[in-house]
Design a protein around this ligand. Structure first.
Ligand code: WQD
Length: 350
């Protein structure tokens, strides 16, 4: 049993891209952390990277969060948590279209299993990794937390919407529970140490890993999907958020709920949603050129057909996160793109 019940956080899916960065920030903020991960899309070397950064070992349990019995006996019965951050989910949009049941089963089962164990073990606070994908293409920009969600255009997006709804109703029914859903915009970059970062298996779906792999010569050229959108340069607009800034948002969210629970804050909603982005739209072409400029490398690219399912433009209204959560994005895009390249070079031994 951990003796530090008040400050122990379970990071479910903590060996992944955002989970590792969040674990580092939690530990640096003074929290005890236990990572649970089935390593289905992560590698133990990522946990070693975290340990190298923080200078100590981090408890790690290899377990599938969908397996409620294993999660109970190997995690919840062995440690005492007051908070859970739930990252454990599949995240490839295209794969979710091809294999929807795999996504519904995994992403919903793991959440249900975590929620039921939180109820059973009296664990109070949950941070959920949601996504700007729940907005679809908003009619008005920037997207605020009150912007109506539109039916997701992939099973992956649908699992994020359904998970938010499941959490909302569960919190309503369990008086001791609090939850914060963080709607991430486009997380990019890597830890400044270059000891952890994004490590996609196979051909990357996301823009920045494709850029870094192209710059490293692993991919021949980047296809820029669409040059005829109704945007200043014809390519899509997104809100790229540094992964370390994003990780810090989780730490702030945990702190907010721990304090609200301790102070018995009846006035505060027990389920809250925050956008996590910079508030600044950046086009695909701008991002490619900025990457080339700050890193002094070239990224061969060509204009290509639109990618089915892409929204034209989306960026975040950040007022709620800034004012109520007390969080804001701090790292500038140049530093973020430098960190992304430093990580890729380290992975490739360049
Ligand atoms: C960004 C922009 C592409 C690759 C998705 C999910 C979201 C989150 C992040 C999970 C788009 C363009 C991309 C390429 C390109 N989920 N692009 N060439 O689609 O905004 O968000 O990933 O992890 O929930 O929906 O991110 O990085 O795939 O694309 O031109 O080779 O880059 O068309 O405009 P997206 P992305």
């Amino acid at each position: 049993m951990s003796s530090n019940k008040q400050k122990t956080v379970l990071v479910a899916g903590g060996a992944g891209y955002i989970g590792t960065h969040t674990t580092v920030e939690l530990i640096e903020a003074g929290y005890e952390v236990v990572i649970a991960d089935n390593l289905s899309n992560a590698d133990l070397s990522a946990v070693r990277g975290v340990e190298q950064i923080v200078g100590r070992s981090v408890p790690f349990v290899e377990v599938d969060c969908c397996d409620t019995e294993a999660l109970r006996s190997r995690v919840f019965e062995r440690y005492a948590f007051d908070s859970v951050i739930h990252f454990a989910a599949y995240k490839a949009v295209g794969e979710s279209v091809a294999e929807p049941l795999k996504y519904f089963r995994n992403n919903l089962d793991s959440l249900l299993s975590v929620l039921s164990l939180m109820q059973e073990f009296d664990v109070h606070n949950l941070v959920f990794s949601s996504s700007a994908t729940v907005y679809g293409q908003p009619e008005q920009l920037p997207a605020t937390e009150l912007t109506p969600r539109q039916r997701a255009n992939s099973p992956y997006g649908l699992t994020k919407q359904m998970s938010e709804d499941i959490i909302q109703d569960t919190v309503a029914a369990i008086p001791f529970l609090r939850a914060i859903a963080l709607r991430y915009f486009n997380p990019i970059g890597a830890h400044p140490s270059a000891l952890i970062g994004e490590l996609p298996k196979g051909v990357p779906n996301n823009l920045v890993p494709f850029i870094t792999q192209t710059a490293a010569g692993v991919r021949k050229e980047l296809a820029v999907f669409g040059d005829d959108y109704d945007t200043p340069d014809g390519s899509c607009l997104r809100d790229y958020i540094d992964v370390v800034d994003l990780a810090r948002a989780h730490v702030v969210a945990v702190g907010r709920m721990v304090a609200a629970t301790a102070e018995k804050r009846e006035d505060r909603e027990r389920y809250e949603i925050f956008n996590i982005g910079t508030g600044t739209p950046v086009s695909v072409l701008e991002l490619v050129h900025r990457f080339e400029e700050v890193n002094g490398v070239s990224v061969p690219h060509r204009l290509a057909e639109r990618r089915p399912g892409d929204v034209e433009k989306i960026w975040a209204a950040t007022d709620k996160a800034n004012n109520e959560l007390g969080w804001r994005a701090e790292r500038n895009l140049g530093d973020t793109l430098r960190a992304a390249w430093a990580w890729e070079k380290r992975v490739r031994g360049l």
